[in-house]
Design a protein around this ligand. Structure first.
Ligand SMILES: [Zn+2]
Ligand SMILES: [Zn+2]
Length: 366
């Protein structure tokens, strides 16, 4: 954490807290362009997003240099826009990752930043603001602040209504969050209506079998599970598992073949191979472990379904190069195979996974 020191406010400039917009009393010593009402908000912002973007804010918040020509000035403006657009996406992904990890409080400052940069770049009534409103709504719901969540959602709805070109992806996100709101309010009829819409629009945007569509199925499954309609929940959890299985298996096949044949995919060994961004990885972990918990609670009747989810988690962690986690899940699967005396086919498949992981561990990447 950087040092905090009191702020001497320059004359004639009203400086606001980065988090709550109250009059500022402090400045971040590392960038000297970010202000806070007090130590509490400075700490919250630092922990959420500021540490990651502190230095990136300097060129955005210091006055533009003097340009010699209109052409140079335009170029300078364009550069500023590019920087802001980068920050919009970056802050959005960081906030989303926190949400999937259940860290709702940390998500708020990052989401607020994404919203503010969107306002700067696109104006106050653009449909581009909607994804950020939805992040803030979801974070508020997670913090139990239903009224606040409803405010953000109605902002989002209003913006969508006024817009003439809202994408299917945005409609899907809007309905997912409305679904979550009604779930929180225990109005399951309304929640189901919105989640069905979420799935419809996500399918239009990405296809029915896409991981971005699976989030709607997952929430719908959670509703049925909560209502004790276990058959419906089971079908949907299976669907979600199959979608993630297909996605990860495709990546896994390419990579494991390459590793077995010792092909260095142009140095690809050195990076993460899921093809997912950090937020999507966090979503995969949350979704799959939550399905695993449900499967394990009915392990007696459905060992194969439990093993199926375990195998997907093995692939996920293998691709994320977290070999100890991958091994842990593979061993759990193997012990179920033994305990339930399942066929040699299952046993062989899991042993193969384990072998691949231990080869990887014996030759750690340095
Ligand atoms: Zn504040
Ligand atoms: Zn700073």
């Amino acid at each position: 954490m950087n040092v905090i020191y009191p702020l001497a406010v320059p004359k004639g400039r009203r400086l606001c807290c980065e988090v709550c917009e109250a009059p500022a009393e402090r400045v971040c010593a590392a960038c000297t362009v970010t202000y806070y009402c007090g130590a509490v908000h400075q700490k919250a912002d630092w922990g959420s997003i500021h540490e990651k973007i502190c230095q990136l804010l300097i060129p955005l918040r210091t006055s533009m240099p003097f340009y010699n020509s209109e052409e140079e000035r335009q170029h300078g403006l364009q550069q500023q826009q590019q920087r802001q657009k980068h920050l919009i996406e970056f802050c959005y992904t960081v906030a989303q990752k926190y949400l999937f990890e259940g860290k709702h409080e940390d998500a708020v400052p990052a989401a607020l930043h994404s919203l503010r940069f969107r306002m700067n770049v696109y104006g106050l009534s653009s449909v581009e603001l909607v994804p950020a409103y939805l992040l803030l709504a979801e974070a508020s719901l997670g913090l139990g602040q239903t009224v606040q969540a409803e405010e953000y959602l109605s902002q989002a709805q209003w913006t969508v209504l006024k817009s003439t070109h809202c994408s299917n992806a945005t409609y899907s996100l809007l309905h997912r969050n409305l679904g979550l709101l009604y779930m929180a309010k225990k109005n399951y009829e309304e929640a189901r209506y919105h989640l069905a819409n979420d799935i419809y629009f996500a399918s239009c945007a990405f296809g029915t079998e896409d991981i971005r569509t699976s989030g709607g199925y997952f929430q719908l499954a959670n509703i049925f599970y909560g209502l004790n309609k276990l058959d419906l929940a089971d079908t949907l959890y299976t669907k979600v598992s199959e979608i993630w299985h297909k996605y990860l298996n495709d990546h896994y096949q390419v990579l494991s073949q390459a590793r077995v044949q010792q092909i260095d995919l142009l140095g690809k060994r050195f990076e993460n191979d899921t093809g997912l961004d950090e937020a999507q990885e966090a979503e995969a972990i949350r979704t799959l472990t939550s399905i695993l918990n449900i499967r394990e609670s009915t392990l007696g009747q459905t060992p194969l379904k439990t093993i199926f989810v375990l195998k997907i988690l093995v692939m996920l962690y293998y691709l994320m190069m977290n070999f100890s986690k991958a091994q842990e899940y593979a061993k759990r699967a193997l012990s179920i195979v033994k305990e339930k005396r399942l066929g040699s086919h299952e046993r062989k498949a899991i042993k193969k996974l384990l072998n691949l992981i231990s080869t990887e561990e014996e030759h750690p990447i340095t």
